[in-house]
Design a protein around this ligand. Sequence first.
Ligand code: GLC
Length: 742
Amino acid sequence: MKWFFIGIALSVFLISCKRPAERRSKSDGIEEKIDSLIGLMTFEEKIGQMQQLHFSQSVSDSLFNLVRKGQVGSFLNADSLELRNKLQRIAVEESRLGIPLIFGRDVIHGFRTVFPIPLGQSASWNDSLVKAAARIAALEASSQGIDWTFSPMMDIARDPRWGRIAEGCGEDPYLTSIMGIAMLQGYQDDLKNSSSLVACGKHYVGYGAAEGGRDYNTTLIPETELRNVYLPPFKRFIEEGGLTIMSAFNDLNGTPASGNEFTLRQVLRNEWNFNGFVVSDWNSMPEMISHGYCKDEYEVALRSIVAGVDMEMVGNAYYKNLYSLVKNGEITERLINESVRNILRVKFKTGLFDQPFTEVEKQPFLKSVYLETARKLAEESCVLLRNDKNVLPLNERISHIAVIGPLADANLDQLGTWSPDGRPEETRTPLLALKEIYAEKIVYAKGLENSTDKSEKGFSEAVTAANKSQVVILFLGEGALLSGENHSRAYLRLPGAQVKLVENIAATGKPIIVVIMAGRPLILSDIERNADAILYAWHPGTMGGPAIADLISGNKNPSGKLTVSFPRFEGQIPVYYNHRNTGRPASKLNTGITAGDPVNPVNAAAAYLDLDYTPAYPFGYGLSYTTFEYSDLTVSADTISMNDELKVSVVVKNTGKYNGSEIVQLYIHDRYASLTRPVKELKDFKKIALEPGESKRIEFYLTKDKLGFYNQSGQFIIEPGDFEVFAGKNSFDVLNARFYLK
Ligand code: GLC
């Protein structure tokens, strides 16, 4: 019953997300205010605005003096409200012009209430819930004096070896755009109250294409791929009012992203009219020396300011060199003024001049409606990959359940990467939550100390627990420390002795439910034969335990679907759904091959001799406890002209015995074009709820802007021709129809 009232509170909360307007940023007259301020600023004060420093107590006195002299524009990671207000008071009351500081922090998937990692959130396909989570993150973070978050990360990632795949929303540009906008709106709200957080679209651009999945590695991306795959989420972010962009670490086609005039000035400013500011990534400007693009920090400052980076994170190439660059006539002060204007504009827009200080709030964290949102999002993020013999949900008559594994009660791991403000002691683990439901029916054995533990000394206790039970729930995966930045992995199986643990438990003959916590797709081939069910929970955050327990017990029905393809083995990477057809496409002839057992080729195709070419689990895939049937895909016309709208509809029926939610996906394929196009492109989706036996006709509308692409000369074009349209439960299992665009 308690959850019922919390559920009501949740919906009321979602409506009343706005706190009383304490900060009013005057949208009119900002440019005039900037003009007058710029006119008063000394050169040093201008350079100061372009410098973001990392607050470390060790050098606090000198930092306070720099602030007093107006020579700092921003801090990141000032990790207390009193420190933040102390620095702000110096800036506003003791510096000559009183320009407020802007305080940034990585609030990536929650603050004290930690939500699932973004890759998990995206698997909910529920952008309104993702927005609500971002709003809560903003409420909690802003209460601690944070004005700006370095989120959403919108890097398209097709390589699970890359640890930062955890921070994005998967392999599809459309879904990433939808989720990125949801986070932007949740953070920035309407910028009119003190709980808004300035959002930051990162990492601009192409960082997720790091060769070999090795973080910080080279990216080689043709302009057409850049414009059709990697840039679209950022374009939508700007169109929806995103105020800051972070330039990335990667070498993009020979020009580092933090010195790349094409992306930062030609595209971002000239084509998209972005008028917020660009911050570099941590030290990414001086790293252009290591890239072999700049000979020294003097050239770093020159290349960065000419390219269009407004604020330098942590390095001080600007601080030390911009004056000389102007004095030597290499740049004009106009370029500096432009950057300062961009920074001041954001500070005005977010109301920092009107209300620079943060009042102390009592109990701003972990409110019950926040925890309920976190539970709901964790529940909707979980993806049911396997459920043989319908072993899930657990039969309520069951009397003994073994809970085993290093991630059943792992408070820190469950929070995932980039959760610096989450507190492990506030994590609700699956063990805790399952005990609340099943009490003494639960027999627990850890089996392994942590996800990389190689010792088998805990196996006998685990096997004993399994023998005492009627079903085993195994919590496996990768610890949080194996995920995130600078955590690329070439071996994607379950680490440590986890596979052996599964084999030992399987020898007992008990049904096995595997729950995986991870920050990326893992290779599950080693455990598939021993698992009756696999539930993928990602790193589910503070309320992951109750969410997983609700799904396992059947209180809730899984509805999540993958936003990234799962490879069968590392050798298959990259594998993604929106690939091109090639001149010799793979087919059913290239499937059903036993891994590692080469067959004679029966066809010439883009495939393997020794592995089924299809992914282990495709983009858009996820099971439910019920079943859904698709039928009667119809299009409103066989031929449409450019200004027509094509209605596409499909009937979806719940053919099982549970209430369930289904994510209906709509894809297109432009069959012949002046540029080869992906075999499928996600263009819309709807998450619907159906009772057993209920069916609905789901309607989508395709307009020409969804049928176009960027051509070789960088123009967005829509070409007449044959199109296929698909509707279905995932990127493989679809119905299709055709239409002609005149
Ligand atoms: C890091 C990351 C970036 C983060 C920044 C500040 O190196 O690349 O995503 O926002 O530095 O912590």
